[in-house]
Design a protein around this ligand. Structure first.
Ligand code: ZN
Length: 211
């Protein structure tokens, strides 16, 4: 079994051209500031609409990423049919119900069928789907489906563990509630032993998620 540990959130080199309407976001934020009774002209807030517009362009850049570019030149024909696991890929996303962050870790495994993908591409695939307005369940499935589509492997498994600020900051305030979602395809779905091998691997030495 191959084992790789990822802890970075490296996105450089990605084609991230923004088509987000920055001036429209700025005027919307300005109206929010007025609506909550703030003075948008005071020093600390003067550039806030502009900062938020640029922030959304960055946090939501997944819409503009070209998925073909993400895997560009990184698919290799290799005779290797053991499980490949990339665990602890850090991610940050925004929940689409509240536009508040949810963040945590993604663990990905696949069993190749003649094709492997460059390892540095897997965190980029995660970003491709994390940097959008999301629900965790859909993001999990999209990452798994994308890998199925490009690799046609014998199986793909994706597990996402995340903390949602909309749960921690609002309402019932469950500060440490974690949500775990998974998507299993092929061998990971049909073979309990294969699935268990993956789950055992990602729980080995795992530390609890913390903000
Ligand atoms: Zn939410």
């Amino acid at each position: 079994m191959d084992y790789y540990d990822f802890d970075d959130n490296n996105t450089d080199g990605l084609a991230e051209k923004t088509k987000i309407d920055l001036s429209e976001i700025q005027s919307a934020v300005l109206r929010i500031l007025q609506a909550i009774g703030e003075n948008p002209k005071r020093n600390g807030l003067k550039r806030t609409p502009e900062r938020i517009a640029h922030m959304y362009a960055e946090l939501l850049s997944g819409y503009q990423m070209d998925s073909a570019m993400v895997v560009n030149d990184a698919l290799f024909d290799v005779k290797y049919d053991e499980m490949v696991i990339v665990r602890d890929i850090e991610f940050y996303s925004l929940c689409e119900h509240h536009m508040l962050p949810f963040m945590g870790r993604v663990h990905v495994a696949y069993i190749p069928d003649g094709k492997v993908i460059g390892l540095s591409k897997i965190p980029r695939i995660v970003d491709l789907y994390a940097r959008r307005l999301q629900v965790q369940e859909r993001m999990t499935r999209q990452i798994a489906d994308f890998l199925c589509d490009v690799l046609h492997p014998q199986g793909v498994a994706v597990v996402v563990e995340a903390l949602h600020l909309c749960m921690s900051m609002r309402g019932v305030q469950k500060h440490n509630a974690r949500l775990t979602t998974s998507a299993m395809h092929g061998a990971f779905r049909s073979s309990p032993a294969t699935r268990q091998e993956f789950l055992d691997n990602i729980s080995r030495g795992a530390s609890p998620l913390q903000i």
